[in-house]
Design a protein around this ligand. Structure first.
Ligand code: AMP
Ligand code: GLY
Length: 426
């Protein structure tokens, strides 16, 4: 198979490196890709949201399959456009992608089908939202823009003042653009947070190993929210018993709900879960692989990824036996100093070999480019340094060992990835 992957981050690099192990794969392409990805796949300069451009590139390359990895092209309907041209696309169609594209849609779906989630109210008017907040006396409370907001559309308000400000900035100042024309105000949930990515063909759902993201920029979960500063898999909090409960109360009901709504979901459905004292609840759905969750989940996969993608597209997922390595994986993100706010790019990176890799770890490039044979930073998150190990401790030692040998000016990384998980495992 010739496979074209859409996207340009660490997640796409992880998908491509896993596909490069497949016996089924002849040639790998990526658009737009990045420096590190270009060492494993031929890259093009068609933007990830350019539907016509991607369809025509896929035709020109005679791609047998296109993997649409990011949320925005999926929400725009890229998978439908490819399928209409007879090109196999891994990723949900527009109607199914709305499960991530609209928080109002996903909350209403959960309510209608009794899928456990935080209690909530929907507003399309700032005055009504503020009147609701004045009556509410339970804080913190969570204010969410309806649409896609680059993963930043969630504000946790500690008191009425902050909540009212959040409503005004989302609905009137439009800090998240049109994503904020509606909003959800919901109950604040507590408990360990776990990410569960699943493969689904709309009929069968197969969970991958669980993982945990570390979203804040600084150690001890301080600092600003980021796209994710590191991940570990599996999560020690996600026991076999909880996994079984999630399958029965969340995963299967969600797949069936989407089918019943005429929005059959085919692709990777990501469940962001809170393991609350009253049971697991859904915080959010993503219509795609998580970033940086993918970077710790796929290294543990022991089944050909191209076979799985094909089975999902052909609605034959139940025919495949998906196996996982009995190991642990960790990924430490190296970011540009200042991320997620202002940072420099074009900074030279040392410590990587010709393939952009290093000993002991897999290096997933998130924001790099090559020029004159040298590797430079080109984004906020630069590299994801990942290792597998027999224990989580061993995996983290390898990841951090490799991080210390990679250098670029003002590089920033968290030193406590996996700390809470390690304490739980011990
Ligand atoms: P999201 O952009 O939906 O991934 O939300 C970002 C983060 O906000 C999540 O990873 C949670 O840590 C937090 N969050 C979202 N909703 C809630 C909630 N109802 N209660 C507590 N934390 C939440
Ligand atoms: N790591 C969470 C996400 O991909 O949205």
């Amino acid at each position: 198979m010739n496979i074209l992957v859409i996207g340009s981050g660490g997640r796409e690099h992880a998908i491509i490196m896993k596909l490069s192990e497949s016996k089924r794969v002849k040639k790998l392409y990526c658009t737009p890709g990045n420096g590190g990805i270009s060492r494993y796949a031929e890259c093009f300069d068609v933007r990830a949201t350019d539907i016509e451009g991607v369809v025509s590139l896929a035709k020109q390359l005679s791609a047998d399959m296109v993997v649409v990895a990011p949320d925005d092209p999926l929400v725009l309907g890229m998978a439908d456009a490819l399928n209409e041209e007879g090109i196999m696309a891994f990723g949900p169609g527009k109607k199914a992608a709305e499960i991530e594209g609209s928080k109002v849609f996903s909350k209403n779906l959960m309510k209608k089908y009794s899928i456990p989630t935080a209690n909530y109210e929907v507003f399309d008017n700032a005055g009504k939202a503020c009147a609701f907040l004045r009556k509410n006396n339970t804080y913190p409370i969570v204010v969410k823009a309806d649409g896609l907001a680059l993963g930043k559309g969630v504000i946790i308000a500690r008191n009425e003042d902050e909540a009212v400000k959040a409503v005004h900035s989302i609905m009137e100042d439009k800090i998240f653009g049109e994503s904020g024309s509606k909003l959800v105000i919901e109950e604040f949930l507590t408990g360990p947070e776990v990410s569960v990515l699943t493969f689904t063909d709309g009929k069968t759902v197969v969970p991958m190993v669980s993982s945990t993201d570390h979203k804040r920029a600084l150690d001890n979960d301080e600092g600003l929210n980021t796209g994710g500063m590191g991940t570990i898999a599996p999560s020690p909090f996600y026991t076999a018993e909880i996994a079984e409960e999630c399958m029965e109360t969340i995963f299967i009901p969600t797949i069936n709900a989407m089918k019943a709504e005429g929005r059959k979901f085919k692709g990777c459905l990501f469940f962001g879960l809170m393991l609350t004292p009253s049971g697991p609840k859904v915080i959010e759905y993503n219509c795609r692989f998580g970033d940086p969750e993918t970077q710790v989940v796929l290294p543990l996969l022991d089944t050909d990824l191209a076979d799985i993608f094909e089975a999902v597209c052909n609605e034959k997922l139940s025919d495949i036996d998906i196996k996982w390595k009995n190991e642990f994986c960790s990924c430490v993100v190296m970011a540009s100093g200042g991320y997620p706010q202002n940072y420099n790019t074009g900074v030279e990176i040392s410590g990587l070999d010709d393939k952009g890799q290093a000993e002991e770890a897999i290096i997933y490039h998130a924001g790099t480019k090559y020029s004159g044979g040298k590797c430079y930073t080109s984004g906020g998150r630069v590299l994801g340094v990942a290792s597998t190990g027999d224990t989580l401790k061993n995996s983290l030692e390898k990841s951090y060992g490799a991080v210390k040998k990679i250098k670029f000016k003002d590089a920033h990384y968290r030193t406590d990835i996996g700390k809470k998980a390690l304490e739980k495992y011990n």
